[in-house]
Design a protein around this ligand. Structure first.
Ligand code: ATP
Length: 328
């Protein structure tokens, strides 16, 4: 089914991620290519409720592809969680003549879109923007690749100081529910151990592995820990535990925090954002709604919001084995 749409709104919602700007640029330019008006909506759903819209054309997104963050700003909107808030949002969209939305955000943002679509049958398409890569229906979310590169670079630097002082470093990376970042940067930066939310490797195994690495002549060690690691201890508790049990180690902790979300997007994320923007707008024009755009085996794909939200993005177990072998 073809749909006649004359105005599309685009917003960014939830946590920001590198590549969101490139996705906004892509949505705006795809709209221009198809002679559709495009409105940028500031501060996610909060901006719909406030009627904070700006008309955007191909030139208003110049110089944007390489910028981190989101020029439309992001927000978490409590009001949009209420029926009254969504009524106000719908009224404002109708008043502005906006007939469809592209929502760039995480699973929470897609849940909001789904609820809105159920209530008003309002056409919505989602683009997954989050560094955690924890969304079902796509092998990569926007910002994930950039975050991996950012974190690997930082751990390389930490290793310089770790090896100069014969120290053990626990490095905490983002990932409350998903270990994708930890697992990949752990292998990429040559970590001795990687602790993730999906697998409980056990404290004894951690000590064993550190003892082995000491015996094998390694002078410094890096352990990468995801925020939500299954052992259930935070990095500072892990430091205390290892210092109590292995007095030969001088342990330091580095919590990387929000810097992992910043910086210019990698080439991969810029290309992915461009492809996702095109797919999102063209899918709306084809009459589709309530889907998230994703990429699988380098082919663009659509996943219904409910599956994207409920499904679990699984870690690649092969990587666990590779990491084990590499720490020999
Ligand atoms: P991140 O992965 O970075 O946390 P997210 O998109 O999951 O991003 P959330 O804060 O969970 O971030 O959701 C973003 C916004 O989506 C919320 O602030 C709220 O406005 C809206 N939202 C989430 N869940 C619902 C819901 N059940 N009903 C209505 N709106 C919702």
């Amino acid at each position: 089914m073809q749909r006649t749409i004359k105005k599309i709104g685009v917003l960014t919602s939830g946590g920001d991620a590198p590549g969101m700007n490139a996705a906004i640029r892509s949505v705006v330019r795809t709209c221009a290519y198809h002679n559709i008006k495009c409105y940028g909506i500031y501060r996610g759903y909060e901006g719909i409720i406030d009627g904070d819209f700006v008309e955007m054309g191909p030139r208003s997104v110049k110089g944007l592809i390489n910028k981190g963050g989101t020029m439309l700003k992001s927000a978490r909107s409590k009001t949009f969680r209420t029926k009254e808030g969504r009524q106000l949002a719908h009224d404002n969209l109708i008043k502005a003549g906006i007939e469809a939305l592209v929502v760039i955000g995480g699973d929470g943002s897609f849940t909001g879109s789904m609820v809105f679509n159920e209530e008003y049958n309002f056409p919505v398409m989602g683009i997954p923007g989050t560094i955690d890569n924890d969304i079902f229906g796509t092998s990569h979310t926007l910002g994930y690749d950039t975050a991996l590169n950012t974190v690997v670079e930082v751990i390389d630097k930490i290793r310089d100081t770790a090896s100069s002082h014969n120290r053990l470093f626990f490095v905490e990376v983002m990932g409350r529910d998903a270990g994708h970042i930890a697992l990949n940067v752990g292998i990429g930066a040559g970590a001795e151990e990687i602790l993730i939310p999906e697998e409980d490797l056990g404290l004894e195994r951690l000590l064993e592995s550190l003892r082995r690495s000491k015996q094998s002549g390694k002078s410094s060690s890096i352990v990468v820990v995801a925020e939500g690691d299954k052992i259930g201890k935070n990095v500072f508790e892990l430091k205390d535990y290892v210092e109590e049990n292995m007095t030969e180690y001088e342990v330091r902790v580095s919590v990387l925090g929000h810097m992992q979300r910043g910086g210019p997007p990698s080439c991969f994320d810029r290309v992915l954002a461009s492809r996702m923007g095109v797919k999102a707008v063209e899918s709306l024009l084809e009459g589709k709604s309530n889907y998230m755009v994703g990429i699988k085996n380098d082919v663009m794909d659509l996943t219904p919001f409910d599956q994207a939200v409920k499904g679990k993005s699984k870690i690649n177990k092969e990587l666990l084995r590779v990491s084990d072998i590499m720490s020999t």
